[in-house]
Design a protein around this ligand. Structure first.
Ligand code: DGP
Length: 124
């Protein structure tokens, strides 16, 4: 079920990563280009390219990624202060690796909205 992305190579331990959690369904490791004091990526071991490719049968797997995020937040000690969990989709969403992943960001008070300075396009 490999999609040939850099994350598939990390799952296969073909390239190194700073892994902070692993189980049979998922892997969590530090982002190589952190955008916050804590920036961890939580990925399913199953290859799913984008949110658009999530199927009904992936329900539990996707929920599991959030369970891992919440556990890590407890473990790191920022659960109460707060944190952000984001999954980007395709170009406008800022996705650069086509294997779905949750960004777990913490350690700083984050602003909202994140796209305040960008010109909106007509959608919907
Ligand atoms: P996104 O833009 O949402 O697709 O996020 C991809 C993230 O993956 C980005 O924040 C940088 C991170 N990343 C890319 N290549 C590697 C890598 O080889 N190792 C690690 N640890 N992170 C990577």
């Amino acid at each position: 079920m490999s999609g040939g992305t850099i994350f598939d190579k990390i799952i296969a331990k073909e390239i190194p990563a700073d892994i902070v959690y692993e189980d049979e369904l998922s892997l969590a490791f530090k982002d190589i280009n952190p955008q916050a004091p804590v920036h961890v990526l939580i990925i399913p071991k199953k290859h799913i390219a984008t949110i658009n490719d999530i199927e009904e049968s992936d329900r539990e797997l996707i929920g599991h990624l959030y369970v891992v995020a919440a556990r890590l937040a407890q473990q790191y000690g920022f659960a109460k202060d707060g944190y952000r969990v984001v999954m980007n989709c395709n170009e406008d969403g800022g996705q650069s690796v086509y294997h779905i992943h949750l960004h777990l960001l913490a350690g700083v008070t984050m602003g909202w909205p994140p796209f305040a300075n960008n010109k909106p396009k007509q959608v919907g």
